[in-house]
Design a protein around this ligand. Structure first.
Ligand code: SF4
Ligand code: SF4
Ligand code: FES
Length: 626
């Protein structure tokens, strides 16, 4: 016998029947059957406020037009979105909004991707009947060092103020004054401090909120858009690289509900100038104390020669911003070809990584009833978009306990025994305390206790998974007595060569004091990097490398999700980094024959079968989470 689904309701929109769960807005029910209702103030991540009136529709048996963004469906409801009355109101709303809106479209950053512009074309009046002077408001008002507000363009949709209240919880933006004088501003005109301001510019449906970095940089239709991943941290927020004439104009968000929930932090969003290439660089080798430009062949031969002389006494440091594909070859170069175990991606000694460090998925934070931030604000600073996920969960009832790295006892006392689902978030530096707290909580509470460690760099997790460590192999396997030295032990370990590979200036090789003394004593330093750095002065070989934004491959975020990065900028004169590794390995006698990144990815999956998860966007899981 068929069961009746009482939580579903059926209605018609423009004569088409649609069945949706109870509690669905008319706007979303219409969208489900491909009917677009124009909106300004409505936003899928925020509670409806129905202030712009752009989405008014006819609902049978209701005396007045209803805002589709704020009225929930009911069984048998009859909705009409294209009647004469609806069209008249849409025209009226737009005419009203445009009365004081400046004719800035030709010079507005939003022009070409502006809902007000688009909807005026589609639903608005062809001409203005307004005969009087427009009211003028302040333009280019600095809200912070990142954002400017054009008050004439603002249509008072409240999206930015609601973001500040409902999404980030910082309450920095507010509606000030009343009636026609209403403006958006910060409290007391103080500069905004939020770490998430770039999101305001993305959700603003007009060009009122603009990023200083992107002002007047490009028209949207002139941008080349490339889907990729933010290079800022191990969160793995999805981005779009928007570039014009091979120059990055901006990073925009690209929604991945499991990771970023469609938001970016300002650190990541505004980090793009670090990835802009400044010069046409060629490989160089040091001869008679001076660096000379040479061909790739010469630089590779020079490197092969030096590495041969170093024998197994060569160390390799690969950045936690390298792709998994680069790391696969880098590890093979050291472990298989050079027979050297001295491999690392870390800058400091941190407790050993293990698969259980990611037993809590980012999106599952919303399903916890208690979360401990072990290390407090430093966890958020290490992956700022985590705060937005935590705040979203807090609004649904999550209790968040922020304690110092050494205050695990406070967390243990603060979590009640009847907790249903507990999460511990910590940086790698506090891992030992996190594991200890987890095991104590597992004995105390009746529900589950999981942890998520914030790794370093956009691919610190991949580097651990792939064994870019002196003491663990791919998949956290033991090296059976073949362990090498960690980076911090390299000075004084009798090494004769160092190969540093660095794809991102945000996660580069910064020598410690001990290393600064040690580096000049090495017979061979190979520096394979994107941007010039002080290490150039000590290098014997410099290979220009591709930046994070110039290459294809995959990276693994803190929770083990393997995501693709793509080449958003061209630097064709730079030999792909993995090809340099291959040429060096083959010069040392290996017979590698990779022709593409895809072939290395396939090898990676053969090496680590859990990495097959990347084809579906799932997380790499190494076993059942605890
Ligand atoms: S600044 Fe933009 S987002 Fe904020 S209220 Fe005005 S139009 Fe809306
Ligand atoms: S949280 Fe990390 S990955 Fe996400 S936008 Fe910020 S820096 Fe980028
Ligand atoms: S979108 Fe519905 S009232 Fe603004």
């Amino acid at each position: 016998m068929a069961t009746v689904q009482t939580d579903q309701v059926t209605l018609t929109v423009n004569g088409q029947s649609v069945t949706v769960p109870k509690g669905t807005l008319i706007l979303d029910a219409a969208k489900k059957i491909g009917i677009d209702i124009p909106i300004f103030c409505s936003h899928p991540k925020m509670a409806p406020v129905a202030v712009c009136r752009m989405c008014l529709v006819e609902v049978e048996k209701m005396p007045k037009l209803q805002p589709a963004c704020a009225v929930y469906v009911a069984d048998g409801m009859v909705v009409k979105t294209t009647t004469e009355q609806v069209n008249k109101y849409q025209k009226g709303v737009l005419e009203f909004l445009l009365i004081n809106h400046p004719l800035d479209c030709p010079i507005c950053d939003k022009g070409g991707e502006c809902p007000l512009q688009d909807q005026t074309y589609q639903y608005g009046p062809g001409a203005s009947r307004y005969q009087f002077d427009k009211a003028h408001f302040d333009k280019a008002v600095p809200l912070s060092d990142k954002i400017l507000l054009d008050r004439e363009r603002c249509i008072l949709c409240w999206r930015c103020t609601r973001f500040s209240e409902e999404i980030s919880g910082e309450r920095e933006l507010a509606l000030i004054q009343r009636g026609v004088h209403t403006i958006i501003g910060t409290f007391n005109d103080e500069p905004a401090q939020s770490a998430y301001q770039g999101n305001w510019t993305e959700i603003c449906p007009v060009g009122a909120l603009t990023s200083r970095q992107y002002r007047f940089i490009s028209r949207p239709w002139d941008l080349d858009r490339t889907p990729s991943i933010c290079p800022g941290c191990s969160m793995g927020c999805n981005i779009q690289i928007d570039a014009r004439n091979n120059k990055i104009g901006r990073f925009q968000s690209r929604e991945n509900l499991a990771v970023d929930d469609s938001w970016l932090c300002d650190y990541g969003r505004y980090s793009f100038p670090n990835f802009q290439r400044q010069s046409l660089e060629r490989p160089r080798v040091r001869r008679d104390g001076r660096l000379e430009e040479v061909s790739y062949e010469e630089a590779i031969a020079f490197t092969v020669d030096g590495l041969k002389r170093a024998g197994g006494q060569a160390a390799g440091w690969a950045s936690p911003a390298d792709t998994n594909e680069e790391l696969v070859l880098f590890r093979r170069l050291f472990r298989e070809v050079l027979r050297s175990p001295h491999l690392d991606h870390r800058s400091a000694i941190v407790p050993d990584a293990e698969p259980d460090d990611m037993s809590l998925a980012i999106a599952d934070i919303e399903r916890l009833d208690h979360a401990v931030l072990l290390g407090g604000q430093e966890v958020i600073d290490a992956a700022p978009v985590l705060h937005l996920r935590l705040f979203k969960a807090q609004r649904k009832g999550l209790n968040v306990l922020k304690v110092g790295g050494g205050d695990a006892k406070k967390a243990l006392d603060g979590i009640p025994a009847d907790a249903r689902a507990v999460g511990i978030l910590a940086t790698e530096a506090n891992k030992t305390a996190a594991v200890d707290l987890q095991s104590k909580l597992q004995r105390k509470v009746k529900g589950s206790v999981r942890r998520l460690l914030v790794t370093t760099g956009p691919n610190g997790r991949g580097a651990k998974d792939l064994g870019i460590l002196p003491h663990l192999g791919p998949g956290y396997t033991s090296l059976n007595g073949q362990a090498g030295k960690a980076r911090t032990e390299w000075p004084g370990a009798g090494l004769r060569a160092l190969y540093v590979h660095e794809s991102s200036p945000l996660h580069g090789f910064t020598p410690s004091d001990a290393e600064s003394m040690w580096l000049p004593t090495l017979p061979l330093i190979v520096f394979h990097r994107f941007k010039p750095s002080p290490l150039d002065e000590m290098a014997h070989v410099i290979f220009p490398g591709h930046a994070f934004t110039e290459k294809d491959g995959t990276v693994t975020n803190m929770e083990g999700r393997v995501q693709r990065i793509s080449r958003g900028l061209d630097a064709d004169w730079v030999l792909e980094d993995w090809r340099v590794f291959q040429e060096i390995a083959n010069g040392l006698g290996a017979g590698w024959g990779y022709d593409s990144v895809a072939e290395i990815t396939a090898d990676l999956v053969r090496l680590l079968p859990p990495y097959a998860a990347f084809t579906t966007g799932e997380r790499v899981l190494w076993g059942e989470p605890a």
